[in-house]
Design a protein around this ligand. Sequence first.
Ligand code: FAD
Length: 391
Amino acid sequence: EVPPIDADFYDISDRLTTDEREIQLKVRAFMEKEIALIVNEYWLHDSFPHEIIPKIAELNICGINYEGYGCAGKSSLLEGIIACELARVDASIATFFGVQSGLCMGSIYRCGSEEQKQEWLPKLQKFEKIGAFGLTEPEVGSGAAGGLTTTCEKTENGWKLNGQKKWIGNATFADIVIIWARDVADNQVKGFIVRTETPGFSVEKIKDKMALRIVQNGLITLTNCMIDEKDRLQNANSFKDTTKVLQATRAGVAWMAVGCARGAYENALAYTTQREQFGKPIAAFQLIQNHLVEMLSNLTAMQTMVFRLSELQDADKLKDEHASLAKVFCTMRTRDIVSRAREVMGGNGILLEYNVARFLADAEAIYSYEGTKEINSLIVGRSITGFSAFV
Ligand code: FAD
């Protein structure tokens, strides 16, 4: 008899409160019932299932670890668990959610004024408005800290924004985008809540991606886009404030990587117990078991790492280097896990209908966004050596 698949080998769920566990299972049930069966089709057609947005809103999980403004004020651990559950079924849906909850709402929650929080967070929390986050540019990715070329200039009529932003998730249908731009007066990075109907704002969908195909990434062009002072993030005064947002979202991406790895592992394990060759299930072969155990050991190390990461976050002790280390390690190990998952499934591993192919492709994007392996490694390297090796 085949034992049930339990990818939570060290029973991390046992450390959750009853409330956290209930929410975890609610999200899992939703993803398995509403999302699992439709994602391959949407992935294939490079399109987004807009009909699921009200259903995700109903779960009431957006901005779950923020206090006030319609948010539930629960733990960052729960926020991580949710990211993991979403990505366990589909990393694109997890990314859509992460952009809304972590990057967009997080920017307003951490860098906005009281009025800005009151104006936007309740609507974003309920998905009545959709948000995006624009930091990366066509010519500036890793070097965003000192190199942003999008400019903001204070004029009599407000702020004038000019430049381009590339890769911006949710941008094609967002109501607002947080735009990060360099002030021509003091050279500091400032943030703006830009309404997408503003004259001078345009967006073009980035087509033909081979990863996270459900996520609608856009190339934004800002041409003399005029933004009121009231829509400038009042507490974003330099790139240091941007990194406050990224610290939390990188922790979230580490959790997403765990979810992506877990989904691939579970699919692969189930497959190996059913697929027979040489007269027995391939799971009975030593070399296959070795793959499965290597996958599970990495997955378990990742799970314990992000669990502790969230404990640090909940104790207000999280540092950039903690989040970066987890982002590097988990996305790196996920790449290994999804590729082994593909391997033990033979030819079927590359067919979308067997699910693992999607995880394999999506892991590539997760590996590179929110700071590549190199950039996050350099953040950790700077912290442990005292030397900055960025330039
Ligand atoms: P580059 O910066 O050009 O890097 C290329 C290579 O050079 C990488 O391997 C990098 O690690 C390496 N490298 C660069 N500098 C150094 C150095 N000093 N030392 C060693 N190696 C170095 N951005 C947003 O603002 N909003 C979004 O919503 C968003 N969503 C995304 C979704 C997807 C699917 C993808 C792929 C990207 C998204 N991004 C988004 C952008 C993402 O954050 C960038 O792709 C990422 O930061 C890397 O930048 P780059 O692609 O320009 O690569």
